[in-house]
Design a protein around this ligand. Structure first.
Ligand code: PLP
Length: 303
């Protein structure tokens, strides 16, 4: 077992390609990416970030479906589902041996990333599965919530959907903009960003979906921006809404505006590893934090 702090332990990496259908375990400390790899030099590739608890990936079918969709949009050959499943099993076996998980109320948690790079012109596309520790900041966001700022996306991404080369709805490796907006909000003392369209419509977080709840007596309504309107359809939001529908809750798919979040009984940023981070402040205005509802919605993901 490594002596490094829990969230600094080196990842476990498995490569998936025709030569290694079950995944080849690589040395994470060795050079793994070629200098001409277009996933690296152009951000030309796709990925998924998933949560594993006690060696089992949560919502794996939803992630595999979205990865295949992203790959199709980029005309990128991606390994089939059986290969991914075999590689994920291989990498999680090694990760358990290395002890890189974090013990939480849910169990032993790790982050599992699937990645497809265009590769280099000689060797072509390939897949990687990478298991790493859960960042401390992510666990803190679940518990303590986040201060979020509303920031313009600069245009209406729903309009991008007409142009397939804009890759709307693909989870591509080009996340520099998403990281830049997080640096921006942090420089202003907040922890997260919620993007708005040119008409101030709520879109999504930098790396999350937005969910709001309204209570009317005993009835709960969940709201989220239209998932296929220029934003990434979140697997976490999708799973929560599917469970809520089974319970007969009312569901709304936007459009949502800032006032709708400010008048809600709870707002969360939802994503696979963070699960649900309550938004405690939106543009410096205090939002209600409903711990009981947070626990209930989280239980939809962990049941
Ligand atoms: N929207 C964006 C831009 C994201 O990057 C993510 C996750 O990283 C999400 C939404 C939430 O997706 P999921 O719930 O599938 O993790």
């Amino acid at each position: 077992m490594s002596e490094l702090p829990a969230d600094r332990r080196p990842p476990v990496v498995v490569r998936v390609d025709d030569a290694h259908p079950d995944g080849e375990v690589l040395d994470a400390a060795a050079p793994l990416i070629g200098i001409e790899d277009e996933g690296y030099t152009r951000g030309d590739g796709v990925f998924e970030t998933m949560l594993a608890v006690d060696g089992a990936v949560r919502k794996l079918p939803r992630h595999l479906a979205r990865l295949a969709h992203s790959a199709r949009l980029l005309q990128l050959p991606a390994p089939d589902e059986d290969r991914w499943r075999a590689a994920v099993a291989t990498v999680l076996r090694v990760a358990a041996r290395e002890g890189i998980g974090t013990a939480t109320d849910l169990g032993e948690e790790t982050v599992v990333k699937l990645l497809v790079s265009r590769g280099d012109p000689t060797r072509g596309a390939y897949g990687l599965v990478i298991v790493s520790p859960v960042p401390e900041s992510t666990l803190a966001a679940r518990e303590q919530g986040v201060r979020a700022l509303l920031l313009p996306r600069g245009h209406d991404p729903a309009e991008d959907a007409a142009y397939p080369w804009l890759l709307t709805g693909a989870k591509t490796l080009s996340y520099a903009v998403n990281m830049a907006v997080l640096r921006h909000v942090r420089s202003l003392g907040a922890q997260d960003a919620i993007w708005t369209a040119s008409d101030r419509r709520i879109l999504e977080g930098a790396t999350s979906s937005v969910i709001a709840a309204r209570r009317t007596g005993d009835r709960i309504t969940l709201l989220t921006p239209e998932p296929n309107h220029g934003i990434l359809p979140g697997t976490t939001q999708g799973a929560i809404f599917a469970a809520a529908r089974e319970r007969g809750w009312e569901l709304g798919y936007g459009p949502l505006y800032p006032v709708d979040l400010l008048e809600s009984d709870g707002v969360w940023l939802a994503s696979s590893v963070r699960l649900l981070a309550p938004v405690t402040h939106l543009d410096h205005q205090v939002l209600p934090v409903d711990r009981e509802l947070t626990r209930l919605l989280t239980s939809f993901l962990t049941a």
